[in-house]
Design a protein around this ligand. Structure first.
Ligand code: GNR
Ligand code: NI
Length: 172
């Protein structure tokens, strides 16, 4: 397994890409998932989409286990939200691609998801709470969408500018 660098703002050229479905879950995909998982645990984070390590494929990993709890990784390929609840949920989100910035985001509280698992088998799951939030955050990444796209334009433009300026000053 390898630790890979995480793509951050201001690199919107990468982060705004549309990721492409995988044709099948093969050894190559499983290696990528393992590298993503190691990178996510190291960060540390609770989710990671392939585009965050620069790979535009529809793959993500999630593990909500807290420090000291047993790890429970979820490997997801080609996810599709088949249902979202009318009821919404607010959660203070962060993103490894936007370090040290946190804002409240409103999303559907519950979703149903279709995806391919680690064996390439089609699966369905029903998620609520933090898992529902995190899955939607990661699926957004696969579509070039960042959580700051769900907050006010003023806050979004301010944080993008902050990262552009930091890069110009050589601080990224
Ligand atoms: O580690 C992460 N924490 C988090 C907290 C609230 C909502 C979403 C997330 S996902 C984030 C890791 C990340 O950037 N995944 O794309
Ligand atoms: Ni993110």
């Amino acid at each position: 397994m390898s630790l890979l660098p995480i793509v951050t703002l201001p690199d919107e050229k990468t982060l705004r890409q549309q990721s492409q479905p995988v044709a099948s879950v093969d050894a190559d995909v499983r290696r990528l998932w393992d590298d993503m998982l190691e990178t996510m645990y190291h960060a540390p984070g609770i989710g990671l989409a392939a585009i965050q390590i620069g790979v535009p494929r529809r793959l993500l990993v999630i593990d909500l286990a807290k420090d000291g709890e047993e790890r429970k990784p979820l490997f997801v390929a080609n996810p599709e939200i088949t249902w979202a609840s009318q009821t919404a949920n607010d959660y203070e989100e962060g993103c490894l691609s936007i370090p040290e910035f946190y804002e409240m985001v409103t999303r559907p509280a519950e979703i149903r998801l279709r995806y391919l698992d680690r064996e390439g088998e089609p699966r369905e799951l029903h998620a609520n709470g933090l898992l529902a939030t995190c899955l939607q955050h990661e699926i957004d990444h696969l579509n070039g969408v960042l959580f700051i796209d769900h907050i006010s334009r003023m806050k979004r433009e301010r944080v993008i500018k902050k990262f552009q300026k930091a890069q110009k000053l050589g601080k990224l």
